[in-house]
Design a protein around this ligand. Structure first.
Ligand code: GRG
Length: 313
């Protein structure tokens, strides 16, 4: 059997998602400052990992991947809002993102805050009213479940809480656990919320859009939890040894700010071992779902899990 062409798969998906995201803005005057700021960050060349996960999950369950496109686009818009706000001077104060100036550098701080607000709000609008930009979309009942799950992952018990915990850890390091096992548990908690929740809901949204059964949701949930954490471990590793040119953002900032990270607790080698174990657990979860054709159809999901810990950006 020839090896799966993940790079071709991701690039086809990226084109599909980018085209859909462009059409989301068809109803707006693109010259408006707010729209320019929103699209500056949204169309700056993100990897589109979360949309790829949603589409690959729908295909793994034998559905038309296009059924997951509205949720995939909504999630990418929410992810981009979180990056815009994360880069603000009040948070990480970064100048470069996705290889271009951050939104507040290109426009101004207030405009960047509003661009994030616009992306977050409009993500839910396209789920509520997908007809103007998508030809295929799930029924209203399914879309309501998607709104419930995606808002939960992005919000007070999800990504926003993760960001809050991360900020508190940075502002008040003396309150952090000293014992390395406790520190590791706390770090996992931060990232299960901050990074993991949106990755988990990307997979869940693909599954829900495709009408997944309970067993599929359970197996895919475990897969997503593991790759979500692996994604963050790899992000921490890249912050130590990644090339800023390739990543399109700064490296080395974690050590500079004395941040609690996986390499800081486990070392670089230990972090790499941990990320490999997480991916092995993710693949084992996929193996546990034995529905006909799932093994063959889930090949992209398996390849994405490997990519998450082998990426260089
Ligand atoms: C501001 C509410 C709020 C939340 C911010 C996601 C996040 C929470 C902050 C981003 C900081 C960060 C570097 C997190 C580590 C993992 C991560 C989400 C990296 C960025 O995602 P990628 O690598 O980026 O998928 P692209 O640009 O390819 O989409």
């Amino acid at each position: 059997m020839s090896p799966f062409d993940l790079s071709g798969y991701l690039s086809r998906n990226r084109k599909l998602v980018d085209t859909a995201l462009i059409s989301v803005f068809d109803e707006f005057d693109r010259q408006r400052e707010l729209v320019r700021a929103m699209t500056h960050s949204l169309m700056a060349g993100g990897k589109r990992v979360r949309p790829a996960l949603a589409l690959a999950t729908a295909s793994a369950l034998g559905a038309d991947p296009l059924i997951a496109l509205p949720a995939a686009c909504a999630i990418e818009m929410i992810h981009t809002y979180s990056l815009i706000h994360d880069d603000l001077p009040a948070m990480d104060d970064d100048d470069l993102r996705r290889g271009v100036p951050t939104c507040h550098k290109q426009f101004c701080e207030a405009t960047a805050i509003l661009a994030g607000d616009g992306l977050l709000t409009h993500a839910f609008h396209i789920l509520a009213a997908p007809g103007s930009c998508f030809t295929v979309f799930p029924d209203a009942g399914i879309r309501l479940i998607l709104v419930e799950k995606i808002s939960a992952a992005a919000g007070v018990n999800g990504m926003v809480e993760g960001q809050m915990l991360d900020m508190q850890a940075e502002k008040n390091p003396d309150a952090l656990p000293l014992d390395s096992q406790d520190a590791l548990a706390h770090l996992k908690k931060i990232h299960r919320h901050k990074t993991g929740a949106m990755i988990e809901v990307s997979v869940a949204s693909g599954a829900i859009s495709a009408g997944a059964d309970k067993d599929a949701l359970t197996a895919l949930g475990t897969y997503a939890q593991n790759i979500g954490l692996a994604f963050q471990v790899m992000d921490d590793i890249l912050n130590v040894e990644g090339d800023p040119e390739v990543m399109g953002k700064a490296a080395g900032s974690d050590a500079l700010h004395d941040k609690m990270t996986f390499p800081a607790i486990l070392g670089l080698g230990g972090s790499k071992d941990f990320s490999r174990q997480l991916v092995a657990d993710a693949l084992e979860a996929l193996d546990s779902y034995r529905e006909k054709d799932f093994k063959k159809n889930s090949e992209p999901l398996r390849a994405i899990a490997g990519y998450i810990i082998n990426r260089n950006r």
